[in-house]
Design a protein around this ligand. Sequence first.
Ligand code: HMG
Ligand code: MG
Length: 288
Amino acid sequence: MTHIRITEVGPRDGLQNEKAVVPAAAKTAFVNALAAAGCTEIEVTSFVPPKWVPQLADGAEVLRSIRRVPGVTYSALVPNERGLEGALACGVDAVAVFAAASEGFSRRNTNGSIDEVFTRLAPVIRAAKAAGVRVRGYLSCVIACPFDGAIAPAAVAGCSARLLELGIDELDLGDTIGAGTPNTIEAMYAAVSAVVEPSDTILHLHDTRGAALSCVERALAIGVRAFDSSATGLGGCPYAPGAPGNLATESLVRALHASGWETGIDADAVARAGAQVRATFDSGGGAG
Ligand code: HMG
Ligand code: MG
């Protein structure tokens, strides 16, 4: 059976998009439960200014409190050199930097143009590699931008090439607002495959319109073998009230296992971990 790599991003992408601020101890328990469920890559938190994302202001405390399971990669998202220093001080195994394929999202999310963000990231990537940690490079809005609308696949390919030239170890393509369909995912990959093999990319799907699993199916046919997801689809979407957040890990795992792929993850245990953290802010319990 072929292994599909899944990065659990619920503690970071999920919890950053929930209105409630989850207590650090509940975040720690969540991360520990995800590792126990078989997740081998967990994006634990981010090191961004608390005024931008107050939900994750306790990232250092969480990283220092979790029980490190050998073989599990614990990572953090960092926007700049200061964020990288914070993450390295907590002994992360990997960091993720992020840029966008659209000007509107780049300015709103990172307070800089696409060019400015690439300039800002160059020394961050260099320093991370010098420190010996793996660097993931996210590119957001690879299908559509909440401010600029549809994004041309050629623009995504151009930004992907620039991120790779900066020395990232892996490119993660983000459908930030869950606008993708199997056809637009395929069109995006048709352009991006001129700069990197689909099998060397990660696909990061949000499930705003419920199309994420069908996009996974098409991506698998194209050769993609790595995906991001969040337990119980944590996260919602600030641009689509009531919508689910990232693709739910347990749904992804069940769909993959049903089609004969292997993930090493226990879907029920992931769903329980998600329900447990949701119980701290959502009296209705988990979604998955
Ligand atoms: P800025 O406001 O232009 O930054 O933000 P600045 O350098 O002018 O600093 C402003 C203040 O923040 C200063 O403090 C700095 O010291 C402090 P003050 O003088 O006002 O007291 N500061 C920091 N504090 C803590 N940690 C730091 C840090 N850096 C500066 N690292 C910046 C620019 C890039 C920092 C900001 O725009 C930012 O962090 N944006 C990120 C917002 C965010 O986290 N978005 C969500 C993550 S991306 C995502 O979810 C997409 C993804 O899932 C993929 C997909 O779905 O597409 C990855
Ligand atoms: Mg995301």
